[in-house]
Design a protein around this ligand. Structure first.
Ligand code: IPD
Ligand code: CA
Ligand code: CA
Length: 281
């Protein structure tokens, strides 16, 4: 095994065990969530000590094992500048579900190497499901290989969607009208990271959200691509720090999904395919 393989294998191993441990750590808070003080970070955007402590727990373990790696997380300081290997963390994805006693939340850990999303580990402690992949390997839920669903149109299953108040609603409403009038159906469970993993596992046929942050989706992107799916070039135009749209599906549905997003300048009018944002979102 060469050095770059070892570099990735050791980190993949830690990402998987750490996602499980952090999930158990967060779950202890979930069981006594009525005691949490929930603070607002913005419209429909909340945080509690459960998010902050879980992120601190993950950061400490990464720094002990790989002190020269960078870290970017939703709740902590940006410690990624100048690092070729960056861990990208969401300690609790699905905070609105978590604080209100719903079960769709998870821990999401990605590793970006030289600008390429390379490892993904997403753990759902309530379902005891660890979705994981390393670039160039297969995708798994626990020890079970997973694969995207082979469908070519919206009638073939349920599409995951997400929306936050970082985006304007008009274009999204237009997209939903196209989806529904094509015989499609949607679900939004409150955790973008989990829904992208559900695409990888063939439970959902795709996922679209007009703006998402890197810590919500990079782990899922690695997993869905390893499961035979397609994702947009999320890291284009400073996506690591500013976020971007996220579009994920099996190869046959991906162009149809892109074409249904009619309001965005980053969809090429000739091919109907995603290029990358050319204007501020
Ligand atoms: C949010 C969830 C949600 C998505 C939002 C995210 P949070 O993350 O992933 O599904 O629609 O864009 O901000 O706040 O629960 O960590
Ligand atoms: Ca999140
Ligand atoms: Ca979060």
């Amino acid at each position: 095994m060469n050095d770059s393989n070892t570099e990735l294998t050791n980190r993949y191993s830690l990402a998987k065990s750490l996602a499980r441990e952090a999930g158990a750590f967060a779950h202890a808070y979930f069981q006594r969530r009525s005691e949490l003080v929930v603070e607002s970070k913005g419209t429909q955007d909340e945080v509690s000590i459960a998010d902050r402590d879980t992120e601190a727990f993950i950061r400490k373990r990464i720094s002990e094992a790989f002190p020269n790696d960078g870290i970017l997380g939703e709740e902590g300081a940006d410690e990624s500048a100048g690092h070729r290997i960056v861990w990208v963390l969401d300690p609790i994805d699905g905070t609105a579900c978590f604080v209100n006693g719903m079960f769709s939340w998870c821990v999401s850990i990605a590793i970006v190497v030289d600008g390429v999303p390379s490892v993904g580990a997403v753990f759902d402690p309530n379902a005891n499901e660890l979705f994981h992949a390393v670039r160039g390997g297969g995708a798994f839920v626990n020890d079970q290989p997973i694969r995207v669903k082979a469908v070519g149109d919206f009638k073939g299953g349920v599409l995951g969607v997400g929306f936050s108040h970082r985006s304007q609603p008009d274009g999204f409403v237009q997209f939903m009208a196209t989806l529904l009038s094509s015989g499609g159906m949607f679900i939004r469970n409150g955790s973008g990271a989990l829904m992208i993993c559900y695409v990888a596992a063939g439970r959902l046929i795709g996922y679209y959200e007009p703006h998402i942050n890197s810590w919500d989706c990079l782990a899922g992107i690695v997993i869905v691509e390893a499961a035979g799916g397609v994702a947009n070039d999320f890291l284009a135009s400073n996506g690591l720090y500013d976020g971007n749209p996220i579009i994920v599906a099996g190869p046959a549905l991906y162009p149809t999904l892109c074409r249904a997003i009619q309001d965005k300048p980053w969809i090429d009018p000739l091919t109907g395919l995603y290029s990358h944002p050319t204007q501020p979102l």
